[in-house]
Each structure stands twice: as C-alpha cells, then as structure tokens.
Write a protein that binds this ligand. Sequence first.
Ligand code: NAP
Length: 233
Amino acid sequence: VRNKERACEELGIRSKTFKLPQETSQAEVIDLIKKLNNDPEIHGILVQLPVPKQIDPDAVIEAIDPAKDVDGLHPVNMGRLIRGQQCLKPCTPHGCMVMIKRTGIDIKGKKAVVVGRSNIVGKPVSVMLLQENATVTVCHSKTVNLEKETREADILVVAVGRPEFIKGDMVKPGAVVIDVGINRLDNRKLVGDVDFESVSKKAGWITPVPGGVGPMTITMLMHNTVEAAERLC
Ligand code: NAP
C-alpha cells in the first residue's frame, strides 16, 4: 500500500487511504465503497486484499463501480476480459503481458504455459495470452507431469506461491520466464516461485524477485487509474 501511495505521489495522482479497524463490518466497508462510487472526485477504487474473515472479499469487490475498479477484479471487468471487450484489466497479469511484449518476441503461435489458475493471476493471464494468439496450457496442483508441460513452454508464467518451485531443468532453453511469486523465506529473504539461480542460466528472459512483476503491478494500477479518469471525466 505504501508503494502504491508513493507511485501516486510521483505521478501527481491524489490518493486517499482509508485504514479501517480490524473489526469493521462488511456493511460498513460497502457503505464506504458506495460513497466513493458516487464521488465525482474519485476515479479509482481498490480494496487491499486480504480482508478480515467477517468480510466476504467477493461482496466487497462487487460493490465497486466497474468503471472505477482499477484492480480489474470486478466480475464485469473479468467477463469483458474473457469476451475480448474493452475493460479495466487486472494489474498483475496485465503487467506480465507488457513485460512479455517488451522482450520483442512475437507471441502469436508460441506455446505459453501458465502454472497456477487463481482468479487474480493464472486465469486472466491465460486469457490475455490466448488473445495474443499463443497456444496456452494452464497447469495447477492436479496437473500430471508438470515438468513435461513447462519444458515445452516458449513463454512460462509462474504464479504458484511456492518458493523456487520451478528449477532450471523444467525450462526450455531461451524461454521467456515470468515469475509472479513473492515468498518470504524463514531468513526473511524474498524469493519468487522460480529458482532464479538455475533458471536464469537456461531462460532467454527472466523477471527477478523482487523488482519484476511486483513493481509492474503497481505501474499497471497507475495505468488503469489514468484510463478510468480519462473515461469518467
Ligand atoms: P493462489 O491463489 O494460492 O493460487 C496458486 C495456484 O498454484 C493454484 O492454482 C494452485 O493449484 C497452483 N499450485 C499450487 N501448488 C502447485 C503445484 N505443486 N503444482 C502446480 N500448481 C500448483 O495464488 P495467487 O494469488 O495466484 O499467487 C501466486 C503467487 O503470486 C503468490 O506467491 C503471490 O504472493 C504472488 N502474487 C504476486 C503478485 C505481484 O504483484 N507480484 C500479485 C499476486 C500474487 P490449484 O488451483 O489446483 O490449487
């Protein structure tokens, strides 16, 4: 949240943080969201997840006006994304796509493998890769012979939440590897879902952790906020 506030400051976006007490009810959060939905000075709203257990995150996200949903997680934006319609795109997968494109590779016809199928990363990034005409395989905890799948990937996106899970021998030489994972080890070190040491020797491109997908997510949040403001004004 601090990094998001800082990014807003740097860009000249006015941001307001509402730090609600732990015991705040779902109705109170939704009331606040409704107030912000109706405030013409506000162009973007995001609820920082996770929320305390008395609050249903889906109910809170669905209370946000889709036109102000700068995290791109509202079902209306998700539905539009799947249908290939104009929408506010979820920030982390959008950031992954920008980085893949910036390598200069032509995504069309490439084999893309996504490891992880969460609503915030795995599923939307798979849809975005499909829209760019990649042939997409989505892997998850029930996938049989994961290594066989990952070794065939020209583009490998990993969002599993397991430290250094993908090793060098699971990656195709020259592949574009996007590491979404953020894992804090017992020694406080921050590592991704990809073993940078071994995979960087095989990959053509690889994103570091920290300093890769994380900052790009914030960048795409700023991008969405500007887009929402331009459309609402
Ligand atoms: P999540 O909701 O926990 O989903 C994890 C996915 O990984 C699930 O689909 C799960 O499969 C799959 N998985 C777990 N173990 C597996 C295994 N052994 N083999 C294959 N697949 C396996 O996690 P998430 O929210 O997508 O986040 C993933 C990671 O990205 C976390 O480290 C998170 O902190 C990080 N993250 C970073 C950013 C950022 O801005 N950089 C943003 C969001 C998330 P099942 O569906 O079968 O359970």
